[in-house]
Design a protein around this ligand. Structure first.
Ligand code: CU
Length: 267
């Protein structure tokens, strides 16, 4: 019976490790490779932490298995062994994890800074749109083609909902805000996640090298309709992006009357 319990406890870590090894082929992992250069660096950090955690996990589970089997091998009338702890061991397992955490804290600082701190954003980053989260959609405001994005609304600004277009191949920035409660701008493929906080305008930058459609979703439970706050980020080459804005401008300025309606008046 003792051996049965030992095997049962040793089995779980083996199942856990097997699941992690099988996970990539079963698509339980990330949604593919990161679609942005900074996202790939975030993935690298994630995998590094994963490797460290796995090594610690395997080590502790082997130690646990060893103690279990050693204990099970003892006879019932054997005397129990008491210890008062080991000063040396205590020092080692305090300093080693502390050292690993300090290393990670410093090692990830570059990526963190580039992602979050305005002074470390790429020099040529340009604001292309303002994204306002509200219950339960994403409202997008672009400047008119050729104009810079202003913080206040301009008469010729362009508006859409749940459809964010950005140019490919260069760093772009969006100004994130919320019209009501707290939301979170989350694009899993880009590895971008940023809370939208009432009263704040938060700059979020990313770069998408390849044309494509990427997911934008809300990662902050914001009310009954949270589940439907799904939008898309469409990345397209510069010329197409400009064309899109021009088309949006035409649609937005269309008053519904045919162009020659005024000329026919005198007939
Ligand atoms: Cu939300």
């Amino acid at each position: 019976m003792k051996t049965f319990w030992c095997l049962l406890f040793v089995l779980w870590p083996i199942i856990a490790i097997t699941a992690c090894v099988v996970a990539p082929s079963m698509n339980w992992w990330f949604p593919g490779e990161a679609a942005s250069p900074l996202g790939q660096r975030i993935d690298d950090l994630f995998y590094l932490i994963n490797v460290i955690v796995t090594l610690v996990f395997v080590g502790t589970q082997i130690a646990l298995g060893y103690v279990l089997f050693k204990g099970a091998a003892k006879r019932d009338d054997d005397k129990a062994w008491f210890s008062h702890g080991s000063h040396k061991l205590e020092v080692i397992w305090t300093i080693v994890p502390g050292g690993i955490l300090l290393f990670l804290a410093f090692y990830q600082m570059d990526v963190w800074g580039e992602f979050r701190i305005k002074g470390h954003f790429p020099k040529d980053v340009e604001a292309v749109a303002e994204v306002t989260a509200r219950q339960f959609e994403w409202r997008i405001r672009y400047p008119a083609p050729g104009r810079p994005l202003m913080q206040d609304r301009q008469p010729d600004d362009l508006y859409t909902v749940n459809d964010l277009h950005v140019p490919t191949g260069r760093p772009v920035l969006i100004n994130l805000r919320t019209a009501d409660v707290q939301h979170a701008f989350f694009s899993p493929e880009l590895r971008v996640k940023q809370d939208a906080v009432p009263g704040l305008i938060i700059p979020v930058w990313f770069e998408i090298p390849k044309r494509g459609e990427y997911t934008l979703t809300c990662a902050e439970l914001c009310g009954w309709g949270h589940y439907k706050m799904k939008a898309r980020i469409a990345a397209e080459p510069e010329a197409e992006f400009r064309q899109y804005l021009e088309q949006l401008q035409i649609e937005q300025n269309d008053d519904g009357f045919p162009d020659d309606a005024g000329e026919d008046e005198g007939d």
